[in-house]
Design a protein around this ligand. Structure first.
Ligand code: ACO
Length: 330
């Protein structure tokens, strides 16, 4: 279906908390080594939020930077979507807390749950809302305090994640094609491979559930790795076909920042290693924030420029995956 209006990204922002946790620091937390972590994941360090910082605090910091970049006031925002798997609380939505913190009093707000794919999914939903004329300006945020949901005694997962947030302001109009068609998919039959099984209505909070550490993220790393490579590669190929472009037309590919070996495997499959963006060394996997932070860094650092075609791709729990294409208009 053709969008009725062009939708552009008019500003981006990102925020990571002050505290840095290096691979070396992790050596005193679990039995691991800087060498093991770096060679398996490409990660050097990650940022960890302070005790009194929740997802909405991180998200608000990123949002304020995005608004400054977009040169608009918070009251101009009609819609706020926060993608997160580490919300401030079950309800109200983290987006409502962000609204209050940044003073976006004219917005309606909700959270979107698609695990690590959340920011791209939220961008697609916001884009559709703008394209059909329902809203003019939307603030899309990926924000995670992963450190709260990680088992710090499980070396298979605790080394992989970090905290942070990224944001983008979407608005009707702009030069070029803006945010183009997306390609997205999900496979609920594989939900068990990456999940936080406890604490919801399936397995409610109880002493027993907590003793069994079911409230922490669980992952079958090797399976996740394989599916992530296949699904992100397929999504990129599909979205390029859908939009009538080839890899040669694309200036920059920005994938979910989960592991440099996943990113390298996708680069190899698509033959685009020279244009693949990564910052996983600095932040580790910040789930739904990872793509948002990477997009902001690529834009601010001049990796993507006005008129460039940029392909974004994500993969996460669910499983969920997707890709989209943006003609950068700033
Ligand atoms: N330090 C040292 N040794 C470790 C560590 C660690 N931190 N973690 C595991 N090991 C050990 C294991 O115990 C195992 O030892 P064993 O052979 O004696 O049993 C050995 O290392 C190999 O373990 P594997 O799990 O097979 O290691 P692998 O090479 O597959 O790497 C990793 C593990 C890095 C987790 C990899 O599977 C991976 O990156 N998977 C994808 C994870 C991911 O990206 N998830 C998120 C994607 S979606 C989202 O963002 C939510």
């Amino acid at each position: 279906m053709d969008s009725k209006r062009t939708v552009s990204i008019i500003g981006t922002g990102s925020y990571v908390p002050e505290k840095v946790l290096t691979n070396k620091d992790l050596e005193s937390v679990v039995e691991t080594s800087d060498e093991w972590i770096y060679s398996r994941t490409g990660m050097r360090e990650r940022h960890i939020a302070a005790e009194d910082q929740a997802a909405s605090d991180l998200g608000s910091e990123a949002a304020i930077k995005a608004l400054v970049d977009a040169r608009i006031g918070a009251e101009e925002i009609d819609l706020i979507i926060v993608a997160t798997l580490s919300p401030d609380m079950f309800f109200p939505s983290t987006a409502c807390f962000v609204q209050e913190k940044i003073g976006a009093k004219n917005a309606f707000c909700y959270d979107l749950g698609a695990a690590c794919s959340g920011f791209l999914y939220a961008m697609d939903v916001a884009k559709s809302q703008i394209a059909c004329g329902a809203v003019e300006t939307a603030l899309v945020i990926g924000s995670e305090k992963m450190s709260t949901f990680i088992d710090w005694e499980d070396r298979g997962t605790c080394i992989l994640f970090g905290d942070g947030a990224g944001a983008a302001v979407l608005q009707a109009g702009g030069e070029g094609r803006g945010i183009m068609e997306s390609s997205m998919g999900s496979d609920g039959s594989l939900a068990h491979l990456l999940a936080t099984p406890g604490g919801g209505s399936r397995n409610p909070i109880s002493h027993e559930m907590i003793d069994q550490k079911q409230h922490f993220l669980k992952m079958e790393g090797r399976d996740v790795f394989k599916h992530a490579v296949v699904r992100m590669s397929e999504a990129v190929l599909d979205v390029m076909e859908k939009n009538g472009i080839s890899a040669d037309d694309v200036s920059c590919f920005i994938p979910h920042q989960a592991n440099i070996r996943i990113i390298d495997a996708i680069s190899k499959r698509l033959g685009v290693a020279d244009r693949m963006f990564s910052n996983v060394d600095k932040y580790a996997n910040t789930s739904s924030a990872a793509l948002a932070i990477a997009l902001d860094e690529a834009a601010r650092g001049g990796t993507i420029k006005k008129g460039d075609l940029v392909v974004l791709t994500v993969f996460g729990g669910g499983f969920t995956w997707g890709a989209n294409v943006i003609e950068w208009g700033k």
